[in-house]
Design a protein around this ligand. Structure first.
Ligand SMILES: N[C@@H](CCC(=O)N[C@@H](CS)C(=O)NCC(=O)O)C(=O)O
Length: 271
C-alpha cells in the first residue's frame, strides 16, 4: 500500500503505525513490549503519516501541540488529521501515547503502566503530561537546532543510534528533508542565541528530581518512564548534549531503557 512498509508480517491482532526513529512512536513500542503484547509494526513514510493514519480511521486525540511557543500551520494540520503512534486493536482506533497507555492497562493489566495507589498514580500522570507537552517537543528542537545549523554532518550521524535511523533511511533524503521539517513544522532556528539546548539542564534537573522521588526510574518502569526515555534518547543524537547528561540519573534511565547500540551491532546493520 502507498507510503507503507510492513516490517513484520506475522499474524497478530494489534497494528502499530509509526514513522522510523520517532521518539513518540518508540514510547508506544516500549509500552507494548513491556506488556509483552505481540503487534505488527507498520512504518509509514514520514510526512505522509498524518494523512495515512487519518485514512485508517485515527485522529490526533484532540491535541494542540506547540513548538517554540508557536502553533505552526503544519502542527495545526497534524492536530486536525492525525499523529503517530496510532494503534489499531480489535477494530478500535487508539491515537496518542496517552490513549495507548490507558488502553493497554485496561486490556492487559499486568504488568501495570500506572501505580494502583491514587497519589502515586497522580505523580506519574503529572510527569507523563510534562513529557508529552514539553519534553517531547524540546527533544525535536534541541538536536533540530544543530541540524538546521549544519545539516550535512547530522544527516550522516543520524543513520543509527538509540532510536535507529531518524525519519528516512537514506542520508541524502535526511539531508534534504529533515532541516525543512524542523524549520517549517517545529519552528527551529539556527540562531545560537536562541538555541533550545539552554532549556536542557533545567529539564534534566526535573527528571533527576523525579527519579530521586521514585516517580521515575523505579524497578518496574511506568508510562512516564516510557515517555521520558525516548525523548532523552533523541536529544542524545546531538553529540554536544552528552556532557550535560554525564553523571546524571537521567542518563542511567535512558541507558537502561534505550541503550546506545554496540559499535559492532551498528556495523552489522544493513545500510
Ligand atoms: N504527543 C503525542 C503526539 C505524537 C506526535 O506529535 N507524533 C508526531 C510524529 S513524532 C506526528 O505524528 N506528527 C504529525 C504532524 O505533526 O503532522 C503522542 O505522544 O502520542
Amino acid at each position: 500500500m502507498l507510503g507503507m512498509i510492513l516490517t513484520d508480517l506475522s499474524v497478530c491482532t494489534y497494528t502499530l503505525y509509526v514513522i522510523p526513529g520517532s521518539h513518540a512512536c518508540r514510547s508506544a513500542m516500549l509500552m507494548l513490549e513491556h506488556k509483552q503484547v505481540p503487534y505488527r509494526r507498520v512504518d509509514i513514510v514520514t510526512l505522509l503519516h498524518p494523512l495515512v493514519v487519518r485514512l485508517h480511521g485515527f485522529d490526533a486525540g484532540g491535541q494542540t501541540r506547540t513548538a517554540g511557543g508557536r502553533r505552526t500551520l503544519a502542527l495545526r494540520l497534524g492536530d486536525r488529521f492525525g499523529t503517530v503512534p496510532a494503534l489499531a486493536a480489535n477494530g478500535q482506533r487508539i491515537s496518542t501515547n496517552h490513549g495507548i497507555a490507558r488502553f493497554l492497562d485496561e486490556c492487559h493489566p499486568q504488568p501495570p503502566l500506572f501505580p494502583a495507589d491514587p497519589e502515586q498514580r497522580a505523580a506519574v500522570e503529572e510527569v507523563e503530561r510534562w513529557a508529552n507537552a514539553t519534553l517531547q517537543m524540546a527533544a525535536r528542537r534541541i538536536p533540530g537546532a544543530a541540524v538546521v545549523r549544519e545539516p550535512a554532518p547530522f544527516s550522516r550521524s543520524s543513520g543509527d543510534g538509540r532510536l535507529g535511523y531518524l525519519l528516512y533511511k537514506r542520508a541524502l533524503t535526511r539531508r534534504l528533508i529533515v532541516p525543512r521539517i524542523l524549520r517549517g513544522i517545529f519552528a527551529t532556528s539556527p540562531s545560537a542565541e536562541h538555541d533550545p539546548m539552554n532549556e536542557l539542564p533545567p529539564m534534566l534537573d526535573r527528571i533527576d528530581a523525579w527519579i530521586a522521588d521514585g516517580v521515575l526510574g523505579g524497578a518496574q518502569p511506568n508510562a512516564a518512564d516510557f515517555m521520558v526515555a525516548p525523548s532523552l534518547a533523541l536529544i542524545l543524537y546531538r553529540s554536544d548534549a552528552l556532557p550535560l547528561f554525564e553523571g546524571r540519573p537521567a542518563l542511567e534511565l535512558v541507558d537502561r531503557l534505550l541503550p546506545e547500540p554496540a559499535p559492532d551491532a551498528r556495523a552489522a546493520r544493513p545500510s
